[in-house]
Design a protein around this ligand. Structure first.
Ligand code: PEP
Length: 253
């Protein structure tokens, strides 16, 4: 049985005070949704104060990105060890904004995924097609290419410590949500890929999150799909009520 994971990607939003206040608001009510795993990924400048606000609430801390090298002359970058050092358990990798705005490739994501796993961080590896790719009937091929490229060379042991997020690019921050069936079809494809590339046992362990305009009002139907094991939430994760509403929708699914 895979526990649902509800992850908030705060992106480049908030200041220190509002980040700490949001974490505090989540901590107060975390017990209401203890049947699911909660994770927040604030901007890296606020990892420490948000981590302090989360305390021992059980809400995990994660980063939105990292670099694959351990240390050295890489101005502006952060290593996996730096993230674990400030309490991170997870790191989002290959988010579509990093792929499409900042030019990250599958090879970059692969190096980062390996470095994260080696440091004991759980990578949340994002894949997802553009609208034009979906309309051209290329969704399955794009997902397969991103899956194979981003996860190349990762052992079955380590894949079980990895989370995958399916985030159709056309649904991120647009208010357009994939239908539960559209999302489930891709999640089932990803689960099949896991079985083919690894084995049934590992495929059964890996959590596959859906991301793209998830809100409390649409989360129940998405999280009710057999292969949707949680949500990666952008905009709606900035409001405690909405984020906890999504988590509550996952409790009974
Ligand atoms: C995201 O940032 O991963 C995301 C899915 O954003 P939103 O929920 O705002 O669409």
């Amino acid at each position: 049985m895979r526990r649902k994971l509800i992850a908030g990607n705060w992106k480049m939003n908030m200041d220190r005070a509002s980040a700490v206040a949001l974490a505090g608001a989540l901590v107060k009510r975390a017990a209401e949704v203890s049947a699911v795993d909660l994770l927040v990924c604030p901007p890296s400048t606020y990892l420490v104060p948000v981590g302090e606000a989360l305390g021992n609430s059980g809400i995990a801390l994660g980063a939105q990105n990292m670099y694959h090298e351990a240390n050295g002359a890489f101005t502006g970058e952060l290593s996996a060890a730096m993230l674990t050092d400030v309490g991170c358990k997870y790191v989002i990798l290959g988010h579509s904004e990093r792929r499409h705005i900042l030019g990250e490739t599958d090879a970059d994501v692969n190096k980062k995924t390996k470095a994260a796993l080696a440091a004991g961080l759980v990578p949340i590896v994002c894949v997802g097609e553009l609208l034009a790719e979906r309309e051209a009937g290329q969704t399955a091929a794009i997902i397969k290419r991103q899956f194979d490229g981003s996860l190349a060379g990762i052992s079955a042991d380590l894949i079980e410590k990895t989370v995958i997020a399916y985030e159709p690019v056309w649904a991120i921050g647009t208010g357009k949500v994939a239908t539960p069936q559209q999302a489930e079809d891709v999640h089932a494809d990803l689960r099949r890929l896991l079985t083919e590339r690894y084995n049934e046992r590992s495929a059964g362990v890996v959590r596959i999150l859906y991301g793209g305009s998830v809100k409390a009002s649409n989360a129940g139907d998405l999280l009710g799909q057999p292969n949707i094991d949680g949500a990666l939430v952008g905009g709606a994760s900035l409001k405690a009520d909405e984020f906890l509403g999504i988590a509550a929708a996952g409790v009974w699914r």
